[in-house]
Design a protein around this ligand. Sequence first.
Ligand SMILES: [Zn+2]
Ligand SMILES: [Zn+2]
Length: 347
Amino acid sequence: MRAAVFDAFRAPLVVREIDAPECPRDGVVVRVAACGVCRSDWHGWTGADPDVTAPHVPGHEFAGTVDEVGADCRRFRRGDRVTAPFILACGACPDCLGGDPTVCADQHVVGFSSYGAFAERAAVPRADFNLVPLPESLDFTAAAGMGCRVTTAFRALADRARLRPGEWLAVHGCGGVGLSAVMVGAALGAAVLAVDVNPAALNLARGLGATATLDASGIDDVGAAVRDLTGGGAQVSVDALGITATFHNSLHGLRRLGRHVQIGLPLGADAAPTLPLQELVYARQITIMGTRGIAAARFPALFAMVAAGRLDPARLVTGTIPLEQAGAALAAMDGYAGAGITVIDRF
Ligand SMILES: [Zn+2]
Ligand SMILES: [Zn+2]
């Protein structure tokens, strides 16, 4: 099959023939119809993600049709339209059985701990637990645009922060997952303040339902500016980028008892930022939460919001490309100029 491979970190991706994945006994092989290009793929390509070794095929935001079914897989048939969360959990441990597969200790992360879906086919193990049937109304490109970013934003806001209608949500960093948080937050009834240094990203945020935007470039105290614009601070705030500046800005923009959710992946020099414990956690009594991925079982709640017309993931997709351009799309993430989500739709 054709796949986009990198042989060393930061080496250009090359489209070439590689062996198709074997079908797991408890899993399926999906014929990939669409796959999003994500900042997490970029982290893997640069060598910053400890799960990734070279050579490697990135890609964890895929949708397609079931092509092969393992002997022990019961819920799926050849031809089913499907997607999957990037965390493929064991389905049998206490965390999985308790509804928290994103913290499963025996998880497999497609596109990171194994080859991903910048390829004609991708294997999904433990499919009965991890694979998600796609509603007919959602096309493959929109479905790929949803995962991991809309799904991650949904879990962060609905399940972790328990964002309520009428609350202020501040979103720091309006890349793919930040814009997803803007759209999901607005759909959940929050007033959303989008913060970024890129005017094009803020424009997209306005179109996706942001009540207000803040261009943080040249502002010394972004937290104070957020508190001003939200009448005392946001009840919920997310760092959707994962760098120290956006983490601190998010914490400082919260009002008393505010809830911060860390969505962006902090790596390298940003992995262990300082924490104003006295000022914010003790005196302002803020809560700091982590989030990573989503359970397969939560996709239907998201699909229901799409079916009800409250969310339109297709609006996040600002470009579609052939597999040959996947490498260029990843390399373009060295800068922060891009806005919206790019999806590979020709393999
Ligand atoms: Zn498990
Ligand atoms: Zn992703």
